[in-house]
Design a protein around this ligand. Structure first.
Ligand SMILES: Nc1ncnc2c1ncn2[C@@H]1O[C@H](COP(=O)(O)OP(=O)(O)OP(=O)(O)O)[C@@H](O)[C@H]1O
Ligand SMILES: [Mg+2]
Length: 274
């Protein structure tokens, strides 16, 4: 068992943003979390990475309750579970390579960071990771000069510098056009497939969840209302997750990555028609 989430709750005042959720993951998987705005998706990721404290419950990763860690152990866990965000969170005026090298900050002294003394090994590693993500030629450019899709790949590269066991992605493609969204999701999927790192991604669109995830968790009002394989995610189930009324339409939850057709999508569409 890699991950055990047990009865995790987060209250803000009297409102439960996450309300007694439990699930287990047997081996590192690519997991999508979907649900309408306010369902509790970000709050869950932030608790897992310890950016926010849980009110109660346990999150066990490889047996250890990460919600109970303090000090150096907590920081160690945070470097093992890297986070990427919708808005990339890069330093805009800094060059791409330095942004990536900041992924090593948790194990570096303040002084060497202030003067940007990066060890050669780290520089080579950063360049290799950028190369792997197809953006090595951007290494010396300022982050702000890159397209959104390139910037998100820089953020993924920065996460990989930590050599994380888990990548938590909070709506990683919500600010991207369909073409860039596909490149970024392909990158995350490839990292999962090749390195065996677990990915948990909050996704605001059904089609992306269906296309990239091994397993999809649907949240509504802080609770898990669906947990299954992507092909179980029928329109009826989706309507239940999103709590939508008769006006519900799949297009409202689509990034239109579907506009770039693939055989898998065509096959899926055929199944949905019968
Ligand atoms: N710091 C906070 N203080 C008070 N309430 C909060 C705070 N953070 C989140 N909430 C509330 O908790 C609930 C869940 O929020 P959360 O951000 O986890 O939802 P989400 O599923 O990520 O939504 P979105 O799709 O809009 O990102 C919402 O009702 C939100 O208003
Ligand atoms: Mg959110």
């Amino acid at each position: 068992m890699v991950l055990q989430v047990r009865n995790v709750t987060r209250l803000f005042g009297t409102k439960a943003a996450v309300n007694d959720i439990s699930f287990t993951v047997e081996k590192p998987a690519f997991i999508g979390i979907i649900g309408r705005s306010g369902a509790g998706k970000s709050t869950f990721l932030r608790m897992m990475n310890r950016l926010t404290d849980a009110t109660s419950g346990e999150i066990r990763f490889e047996g250890r309750n990460v919600l109970a860690l303090h000090g150096a152990e907590k920081r160690d866990w945070q470097s093992q579970c890297a986070m990427i965000f919708q808005q990339f969170n890069l330093v805009p005026r800094m060059d791409v390579a330095s942004n990536v090298l900041h992924g090593t900050l948790n194990r570096r002294s303040t002084l060497s960071t202030m003067f940007s003394f990066w060890p050669d090994d780290d520089v080579l590693k950063a360049l290799a990771i950028l190369d792997r993500l197809g953006i090595a030629e951007q290494a010396t450019k300022r982050a702000e000069a890159l397209s959104g899709g390139q910037q998100q790949r820089v953020a993924i590269a920065r996460a990989l510098m930590q050599d994380p066991k888990v990548i938590l992605a909070d709506e990683p493609i919500a600010s991207l056009d369909p073409m860039n969204a596909q490149v970024v999701m392909d990158s995350l999927r490839r990292i999962h497939d090749e390195d065996g790192r677990m990915v948990i991604a909050n996704l605001h669109t059904l089609d992306t969840a269906r296309r990239y995830c091994d397993r999809v968790i649907g949240m509504r009002d802080g609770r898990i209302v669906f947990d299954g394989a992507p092909d179980q995610l029928t329109t009826g189930v989706a309507r239940d997750i999103y709590g939508a009324d008769a006006s519900f339409s799949e297009s409202a939850t689509s990034t239109s990555i579907d506009a770039l057709p693939s055989e898998a999508d065509a096959e899926y569409a055929r199944r949905m028609l019968v």
